[in-house]
Write a protein that binds this ligand. Structure first.
Ligand code: NAD
Length: 477
């Protein structure tokens, strides 16, 4: 099938390469000429495991090309996928749909044959209906343009796997023909047993929003429990393990820690609350505001804990942050909790070094004020405090004995509850984590010799100010 994929970022580039890999003839289009040139040369413009192989294979097959021209896209595709960014609007919680609209406006007047425009970006419910009317007004006379929404559920770090073997395909269409086109397009997946949920566009749009809201709620639930554990001297990891044995609850997404970030979950739950307000049902999803607040609070709690561990004042203290990406196996630093904490520590006067296996270039661009180190030992040398903020596999492999020789003070905050604390403590480290009591014999001691509070209380005003994020988030488009 002749397809175009418009917007070749984390979602679109992988979708384009995977669609070519399963046999379609694909043209990827983006306004970013540098990104397009890199993709056309087989150089992934971002880090995603397995993407370089599928990109190389798809380019070599001759079934994948890239360009910047929507006229070319209009001429090429029978199916056009919209994969552009839908960031948070400036000064509002709502989604900014200007990039989606720009694609429609740039593409549709050039169409000359019947085709299907399929949205994959995450959008507020009702977007397909709105775009259908917009398209009807822009399409040349006699050219039939059908619309559909086919939300994407891929996880960065597993994007190729999730695109080729998704948990399910959700397709919101308004005609049998559109449904049949999508079933044919995804035939290799359907033949392999991937469930296909054919529905109306509004339900399809809502499935994505609801899925992200549920995941965000699960993470914030366990982080709320971590706050209670800190106050009560209980252990949130044991709590999560015990909860997870209940098959109705399950253990996944119950890892207490620094919380979620990235270019999707935070802006998607905010956009959902804004859209629900417009629909007159803001009350139904008002809990998502708390989910958001709990999530943001883990960042301030981490900064508070860091400040306590260096004796109450971060000024000129050497602090190392392990991890800049919003999650492991990605170089994506959009709304990264780690970088928010690193920047807040810096604003409170700390001398911060940030390490990340893949996200350093993006971290430097997003936070030029932070000192980013590509080498882990260089980043840790002389540190008075190490914070583990993104759970990359390579941090789990660290030898705490060797690292203790490099730092000035062996003090660790494991804000992802992912390192083997017993091993680190046996190597002489003071280890603290959100939602876990400090062992009584290892109370951290402040500079003046006073034992520090072991309960991380509510974040104070100073920390709140330091972590306060800008009211708008950019997704880099
Ligand atoms: P991204 O910022 O990496 O990519 C968006 C791309 O669109 C950029 O390359 C940008 O240059 C391009 N673009 C912007 N305007 C354009 C235009 N008029 N014409 C052509 N290209 C244009 O964003 P992303 O992470 O790929 O996310 C895209 C959408 O997919 C968002 O709605 C997001 O919520 C959703 N989504 C993302 C993921 C993910 O893991 N990244 C997963 C599921 C859904």
């Amino acid at each position: 099938m002749r397809l175009t994929v418009i917007g070749t970022g984390y979602l679109g580039a992988v979708h384009a390469a995977c669609m070519a890999d399963i046999g379609h003839d694909v043209l990827g289009v983006d306004v970013d000429a540098e990104k397009v040139a890199a993709l056309a040369e087989g150089r992934p413009p971002f880090y995603e495991p397995g993407f370089d192989e599928v990109l190389t294979r798809a380019l070599a097959s001759g079934r994948l090309r890239f360009g910047t021209d929507l006229r070319g896209a209009a001429a090429h595709g029978k199916v056009h996928f919209i994969c552009v960014g839908t960031p948070q609007q400036a000064g509002s919680r709502a989604a900014d749909l200007r990039y989606v609209d720009a694609v429609v406006d740039g593409l549709v007047p050039h169409l000359s044959a019947p085709c299907l425009v399929v949205g994959k970006s995450t959008v507020p419910v009702g977007t397909t209906a709105r775009l259908t009317a917009r398209i009807a007004g822009l399409a040349p006379t006699g050219v039939r343009v059908a619309t559909a929404w086919n939300p994407e559920f891929l996880r960065e770090g597993f994007a190729v796997e999730d695109t080729l073997r998704p948990d399910r395909i959700v397709a919101g269409t308004t005609s049998r023909q559109a449904d049949e086109v999508l079933r044919r397009l995804y035939a290799p997946m359907l033949d392999a047993g991937v469930p296909y949920i054919g529905t109306d566009p509004s339900t399809a749009e809502l499935v994505k929003t609801a899925a992200n809201s549920f995941l965000a709620t699960k993470i914030s639930f366990i982080n709320a429990m971590a706050e209670v554990c800190d106050a009560a001297g209980a252990d949130v990891v044991t709590l999560a393990d015990a909860l997870g044995h209940d098959t109705r609850i399950g253990r996944r997404f119950l890892n207490a820690g620094l919380g979620f970030g990235g270019g999707c979950l935070p802006k998607d739950i905010r956009a959902f609350t804004a859209r629900a307000q417009e629909l007159g049902v803001g009350h139904a999803v008002a809990f998502l505001n708390q989910v958001d607040e709990i999530n943001e609070r883990q960042r301030t709690r981490t900064v508070t804990l860091a400040r306590q561990l260096v004796g109450g004042d971060l000024a000129d203290r050497r602090v190392t942050v392990l991890g800049a990406a919003f999650k492991p196996n990605s170089d994506d630093v959009r709304d990264s909790p780690s970088l928010a904490v690193a920047a807040a520590l810096r604003r409170q006067g700390a001398d911060v070094r940030v390490h990340d296996p893949e996200g350093i270039a993006n971290a430097r661009r997003a936070h030029p004020e932070l000192r980013c180190e590509a080498d882990l030992l260089t980043a840790c040398r002389g540190a008075e405090l190490v914070l583990h903020l993104t759970e990359w596999g390579q941090y789990r492999e660290l030898d705490p004995v060797k690292l203790a020789r490099v730092v000035r003070e062996p003090v660790l905050v494991d804000a992802r509850n992912a390192l083997p604390h017993d091993e680190w403590r046996a190597a002489g480290w003071t280890v603290r984590a959100l939602g876990r009591p400090a062992p009584p014999d290892r109370q951290p001691v402040a500079r003046g010799g006073e034992p520090l509070r072991t309960v991380i209380g509510p974040p104070d005003a100073e920390t709140d100010r330091a972590v306060a994020r800008p009211s708008t988030l950019s997704t880099g488009v």
